[in-house]
Design a protein around this ligand. Structure first.
Ligand code: EPU
Length: 456
């Protein structure tokens, strides 16, 4: 069993939330910086010769993991409220044991390679963690690093990298616009000798925000049309001051929760520009929203207008398509739509595992290996169950649920809140705290009837 697996029997007794369903969520929540930018921004601080300051940092476990990784490499990290101060002036190599404490907890360690090779000439990467949503190989990362001039050696403890002749710019085309591999190339190319041209790059808003940070540090990065990014290596980068862009995955999770529970939630901090595709889907399903673009107090209010939800055919894609991380909360809402909906998952091969728990709650969801309702994708030929047909509306009833991964976990919570009766959701501390700040306080503030079991 991997370090991220747990069943109701093996999950700690405390790691469970009791949810009394059937209450619409009503009220306000605030989203802070995006998990998938903040962790990378913290890695970027390693490249500076002076301290960096990152604002709007959420209190989530992934931030704690990267804090630990930076600290073992000699970076002084201090959190004051939601502002993170990182001083990398005394960066030093860390021992394999110290780094391995963080094995299996996050995907971020792989992104430390380029910065550590530039600063120290070597790097060590433990076994990676993150969510169980597919094979999640790191071949693009290691292949690009080798091209940059890194020597990669694997042993039982993990992966060791060195750069005996330094790192130099490359011309590289990604097989798929991977978010992590694009970040890997950016974080390595900014200080490599010469120019790097990355083709078929990912262009998610979190990547553009990372590019803004690197530019503040002194990097020269040009984002061309057609997913081409050109990076001119520089000799030195300084620290940055930056406010992280808001978490559009968390924002969409609250929006879907409002829809599925027939409630109304104002998500302070949600930004229209980064959520356009989600907003179109939300409206097509029959949800309503209103944008308030006040720079400080603004956000988006999402609500169920009281009329029947409509079925839709959707497929996930890289930006500007429908995010794979929006898929799970949308599917829960679609169990309440009147008719047949389709969701074709094209980014990960195995991201529908969570639907078996929804089926136990009464949802009518069938999985298929065909590319249903959209463009053929790379999983269709390989027999992965990556398309879902959702027949609604289904009356959801309570169940004991085991969370399989972060985003699916929040969707299980949404389903439990939309269902009749009392559900027990296992694995909330293990998974949901990785990416949702203060989710229990936020749920209580929205009127959710949740509680922890009484421990004797
Ligand atoms: N891929 C490879 N080889 C590689 C790298 C990726 O085949 O070396 C494949 C993956 O297996 C997957 C596809 O490329 O099929 C896309 O993966 P990508 O590299 O884009 O994902 P990632 O960088 O590992 C980030 C987010 C995920 C989010 C994806 C897609 C972080 C820490 N994670 O993962 O977020 O789903 O991009 O947008 O940024 C989450 O927040 O819960 C989460 C899983």
């Amino acid at each position: 069993m991997s370090s991220t697996d747990a069943t109701p029997e093996t999950a700690s007794r405390e790691d469970v939330l009791i949810v009394h369903g059937g209450t619409p969520l009503e009220g306000d929540v605030t989203v802070r910086g995006a998990k998938n930018l903040v962790s990378k921004a913290m890695v970027a601080a390693l490249l500076g010769t002076s301290p960096s300051v990152l604002r709007s940092v959420p209190a989530i476990r992934d931030v704690e993991v990267v804090t630990g990784l930076l600290r073992v490499h000699g970076v002084d990290v201090e959190l004051d409220g939601d502002t993170l101060y990182m001083d990398p002036t005394s960066v030093e190599s860390a021992g394999v044991e110290e780094i391995n404490v963080h094995a299996g907890t996050s995907r971020i360690p792989i992104l430390l390679c380029g910065p550590l090779l530039h600063r120290l000439g070597r790097a060590f990467i433990p076994d990676l963690g993150g969510c169980n949503i597919g094979g999640r190989p790191i071949d693009f990362h290691l292949d690009a690093l080798r091209e940059f001039g890194a020597v990669v050696e694997k042993d039982a403890s993990g992966t060791h990298l060195s750069a005996p002749n330094g790192l130099h710019g490359i011309r590289y085309e990604l097989e798929f616009p991977s978010v992590g591999a694009t970040e890997q190339v950016l974080l390595t190319a900014v200080m490599a000798k010469g120019t790097t041209e990355l083709r078929n790059a990912a262009i998610e808003p979190e990547i553009i925000d990372l590019i803004c940070i690197l530019q503040k540090m002194g990097a020269i990065i040009k984002v061309h049309t057609n997913r081409v990014i050109e990076i001119v290596g520089v000799d030195e980068l300084k620290g940055y001051r930056h406010r992280a862009l808001p978490d559009r995955i968390e924002a969409a999770s609250w929006a879907s929760a409002a829809l599925a529970t027939e409630g109304s939630v104002f998500v302070r901090g949600a930004q229209q520009a980064d959520m356009m595709t989600f907003l179109n889907v939300f409206r097509s399903i029959g949800g309503a929203y209103e944008v308030d673009d006040d720079p400080v107090e603004g956000g988006i209010r999402f609500w169920h207008p009281g009329t029947a939800l409509k079925p839709v055919a959707l497929e996930t894609d890289v930006h500007p398509g429908l995010m794979t991380d929006w898929q799970q909360p949308i599917v829960v809402a679609l169990t309440q739509a009147d008719g047949l909906s389709i969701m074709h998952e094209t980014v990960y091969e195995n991201r529908f595992g969570y639907t078996s728990e929804l089926r136990r709650m009464g949802a009518n969801i069938e999985l298929y290996s065909d590319c249903l309702g959209g463009t053929p994708c790379r999983w269709g030929r390989r027999n992965f169950l990556h398309s879902a047909v959702i027949a609604g509306p289904s009356k959801l009833h309570a169940a004991d649920l085991q969370i399989p991964d972060l985003r699916a976990g929040f969707s299980h919570l949404i389903a439990a809140m939309a269902a009749e009766g009392t559900s027990r959701v296992y694995g909330v501390d293990r998974y949901i705290t990785r990416g949702y700040e203060n989710f229990e306080e936020k749920l209580l503030g929205l009127g959710a009837k949740i509680e922890r079991p009484v421990t004797k």
